[in-house]
Write a protein that binds this ligand. Sequence first.
Ligand code: DX5
Ligand code: ZN
Length: 228
Amino acid sequence: MTRQNKKPLIAPSLLAANFAKLGEELAAVEAAGADWLHLDVMDGHFVPNITFGPLVVKALRPLTNMPIDVHLMIAPADPYITAFAEAGADHISVHPESGPHLHRTLQAIRGLGKKAGVVLNPATPVDSIAHVLDLADLIMVMTVNPGFGGQAFIASQLTKIAALRRMIDETGRDIVLQIDGGITAQTAPAVLAAGATCLIAGTAVFAAPDYAAAITAIRDAAAAADAG
Ligand code: DX5
Ligand code: ZN
């Protein structure tokens, strides 16, 4: 099966869930067919919002079999990598701007037995990761400025997604290409056409009345667009 025919992974972001009942929300998206659970860690310094740290990851870990995809929007990130790994994160992704030594950070994540990811802000060029692709298991493109859910999709990032698709294909490795921000059944087709393999969605899932219908709509959006 070619990548184009394969259904994308869907990773709901708990940022848009009801924080008074995170465990129930997690169970609900897992039952609704989510593939991964995306957790947004914010420090009020790297981004203008604060969420949660390793203790919450640790509390959620026993509640799910889904891989836990931790998106660190903190600076510095290095001092906290071990804590997130021990808390039960399966994937740990960092922004290049969160520290001076991205190569070392990715090595450290992998050294802890976790999948390592790099996240590109809308203004961050693809070149910033060209020389660390061998250490990346995941690459995430931000299609909003990080910090908040519910923002509008930034369409200028589609050319970046396509460029990263080419870079990944040249490696011959199966690096997951994730897109984060403003993903809906309406924005998903263009993102998938550009070569994404994993879609992160907060508002489009948790603000929907039916999580399963919302996840299916995003997952099948590309096929529906082709058919229509
Ligand atoms: C933003 C986060 C996203 C956010 C996406 O900084 O990284 O994961 O939850 O939210 P939506 O899907 O609402 O744009
Ligand atoms: Zn995120």
